[in-house]
Design a protein around this ligand. Structure first.
Ligand code: SF4
Ligand code: SF4
Length: 313
C-alpha cells in the first residue's frame, strides 16, 4: 500500500459534500490562485511553521536537531534540506512554537483514523472528502485511499481543480463517488495568466468527467463514473461579471447531465491570518467580500438555464 503527504485532517465538515464528513488535505498544488485558503498546502513537501511568541526557551528542539542548527531561527529553512529526520525539532517542541505541517502517512494509518468517524458517516449520509492542495497531485496515494474506502463502504468525494492528465482524472472519477470540480475562471487564457498553469487542461477535464458520468458503467469504470458538482469560487474582480457567470452557466449546461449542479463559494478573507503566519504575500488584502445582493444576482444568472445553483460553504 502506498503512502503520501497529508497536511490536515478536519473532522465534522459539513461543507465538502453530503452529510458529516472528514476532510483529508493532501499536500501539493501546482495552481497559484490568489484567493487560496490553504497556502501552506501548495508546496508538496512537509514544512515547519515557526511561532516565536509561543517559545518557552526549553531548548528541546536544539537537542532533537541532528544537524545541530538553531531550530528557533532556521527550522524549515534551506539548511534543513539535508535533515535526516525532518521535523524532529517540531515533534520535540512542547509549546507548538515549531509545528510540522505535512507528514507522510500510509494508507492503513489514515484509514485507521477515518474509521473512527464511521458512525457519523452512517448516521448522516456522509463520508470522506479528499482535498488539498490538489489531491490529484498524489494520484497513487489518492487512488489507494479511494479503493480502501470503497472496500469498506465509506462514501468518498474528491475536490479538485482538474489539473492533471486526463487519464488520472478519469481514473479517480471511476474510483470515487462524487467529484467536486472547481471552475475558477471560464476564459482559459485569462485563467492561465492568473493561475500560472494551462487552465484549458482543467476545462477540458471537467467536460470529460461530466461526459464519463453521463455515460454510465464502462469496462474502465464498471461502477460508472462519479457525478460532478461544479464549485465556483466567487471572487470580485476576477470572475464576478455578468458575462463570466452567463458563460459558466452555458458551459456547465452544455457539459450535460453528468453535472448535478453548481455551488458558488463567495470570497471571504478568513485566510488572511494564515498568509501572515507563513509570511506569504496576500495579494487580495484589499479585496472586499461580495454582499448578499451580489451573491443572489450571481446565483440567478448561474441557474437561469435550469442548472441548480446554490451558495456553498
Ligand atoms: S528540520 Fe531537521 S535540521 Fe531542520 S531544524 Fe528541524 S531537526 Fe534541525
Ligand atoms: S522546543 Fe519549542 S519551546 Fe522549546 S526552545 Fe525550541 S521552539 Fe522554543
Amino acid at each position: 500500500m502506498s503512502s503520501g503527504i497529508v497536511f490536515d485532517i478536519r473532522k465534522f465538515s459539513v461543507h465538502d459534500g453530503p452529510g458529516i464528513r472528514t476532510a483529508v488535505f493532501l499536500k501539493g498544488c501546482p495552481l497559484d490562485c490568489p484567493w487560496c485558503h490553504n497556502p501552506e498546502g501548495r508546496d508538496p513537501r512537509p514544512a515547519i511553521l515557526r511561532r516565536a511568541e509561543r517559545c518557552i526557551l526549553c531548548h528541546a528542539c536544539d537537542k532533537a536537531c541532528p544537524l545541530g542548527i538553531d531550530p528557533r531561527r532556521e527550522a524549515g529553512g534551506p539548511a534543513c534540506a539535508a535533515c535526516p529526520d525532518f521535523g524532529a525539532c517540531a515533534r520535540a517542541c512542547p509549546a507548538e512554537s515549531l509545528q510540522l505541517v505535512g507528514r507522510r502517512m500510509a494508507v492503513d494509518e489514515l484509514m485507521q483514523e477515518l474509521r473512527k468517524d464511521r458512525p457519523f458517516y452512517d448516521d448522516s449520509g456522509g463520508g470522506v472528502t479528499f482535498t488539498g492542495g490538489e489531491p490529484l497531485s498524489q494520484p497513487g496515494f489518492l487512488g489507494d485511499l479511494l479503493d480502501a474506502c470503497r472496500a469498506e463502504g465509506i462514501h468518498t468525494a474528491v475536490e479538485t481543480s482538474g489539473y492533471a492528465k486526463q487519464s488520472v482524472v478519469l481514473d479517480v472519477a471511476a474510483r470515487t463517488d462524487l467529484l467536486l470540480f472547481d471552475l475558477k475562471i471560464i476564459d482559459g487564457g485569462k485563467a492561465s495568466e492568473i493561475l500560472g498553469v494551462d487552465y484549458g487542461v482543467c476545462l477540458g477535464n471537467l467536460k470529460e468527467a461530466a461526459r464519463a458520468a453521463a455515460t454510465g458503467a464502462t469496462t474502465l469504470a464498471p461502477r460508472g463514473s462519479a457525478p460532478v458538482i461544479v464549485r465556483m469560487p466567487f471572487i470580485p474582480g476576477y470572475n464576478d461579471s455578468g458575462e463570466e457567470l452567463a458563460a459558466v452557466s452555458d458551459f456547465v449546461r452544455a457539459a450535460g447531465p453528468g453535472i448535478l449542479g453548481i455551488h458558488l463559494l463567495p470570497y471571504h478573507s478568513s485566510a488572511r491570518g494564515k498568509y501572515k503566519l507563513w509570511n506569504i504575500d496576500y495579494r487580495l488584502a484589499a479585496l472586499e467580500a461580495p454582499d448578499d445582493a451580489a451573491i443572489e444576482a450571481a446565483l440567478a444568472v448561474l441557474s437561469a438555464g435550469g442548472m441548480p445553483a446554490r451558495k456553498g460553504g
